[in-house]
Write a protein that binds this ligand. Structure first.
Ligand SMILES: [Zn+2]
Length: 256
């Protein structure tokens, strides 16, 4: 029962996450607004294609998408599968967090971290940016949660943030030095710093391993699918893999 309610709450949070994912990059000046809404709260939800204001019947998570067959009620423009996927993942995230930790602060924090990681993944996937407006609060939140007795001992949290961010920064610095081009975005540095703040330095090798394995698997699949046409210099957006690995590490038993 609790878990069902948690899932419904998660679907609503996923619906809000879709607004953040669509409008955030415009609100934070990362992409052109092109006249589209950029406020996170205002104007109220509207179709991204025709601008028609959406009513309550258009905004029921998952169900509206199915009932409208994935199209805007007013202009028939496709809504995009991302919306329903994020709503379903939102539901899965909150339900899983409550299933693991019950109704508790630990569940709320786990769900919050997972939801932010989900938003970061999709935004990076769609725009190539990991916004400071999400990575920095995630990093700071890990340190604050640790200081309050959640997550890690405070020293571990600080060391994790410094080592996570610092190691990736160094790799990016050396890559740029020797290959003469940007290999790692600053957003990745802050994201691994945030992972370290929540999970401590000992989790970082596992996160790096899982993320790299995921990235390699993805590149392999893409190369295979395109008939070996993909060159390795094709820019790989690493954020979703880093965020995914961090999400997994949040519930992996870590050696201490
Ligand atoms: Zn429309």
């Amino acid at each position: 029962m609790y878990i069902t309610v948690a899932g419904l709450l998660g679907a609503l949070l996923g619906s809000f996450l879709n607004v953040v994912i669509s409008r955030g990059p415009r609100a934070w000046g990362l992409v052109e607004t092109n006249g589209k809404p950029s406020g996170l709260a205002l104007p109220p939800s509207q179709c991204e294609a025709c601008g028609h204001r959406l009513g309550p019947l258009d905004l029921i998570p998952v169900l509206s998408f199915i009932a409208l067959r994935g199209r805007c009620r007013y202009c028939s423009a496709p809504i995009g599968a991302r919306h329903v996927i994020v709503e379903l993942l939102g539901a899965a995230i909150v339900a899983t967090a409550v299933a693991i930790h019950g109704i508790s602060m630990a569940a709320a924090l786990l769900a919050l971290v997972w939801l932010i990681l989900l938003a970061l993944s999709v935004i990076d996937w769609e725009t190539g940016f990991l916004p400071d407006a999400l990575t920095l609060p995630l990093l700071g939140g890990g340190i604050v949660a640790s200081a309050m007795g959640y997550a890690q001992p405070l020293f571990f949290s600080l060391a994790g943030a410094a080592i996570g961010g610092g190691s990736l920064w160094l790799i990016g610095f050396l890559y740029k030095r020797f290959r003469g081009r940007e290999g790692m975005g600053g957003g990745d540095v802050k994201l691994l710093g945030a992972a370290g703040a929540w999970l401590g330095p000992l989790a970082l090798p596992y996160i790096a391993l899982i993320a790299s394995f995921g990235g390699l698997l993805y590149v392999g699949l893409m190369t295979w699918q395109s008939g070996m046409q993909t060159t390795l210099s094709t820019e790989l957006r690493f954020g979703p893999f880093l965020a995914g690995a961090t999400a997994i590490a949040m519930i992996l038993p870590m050696p201490a």
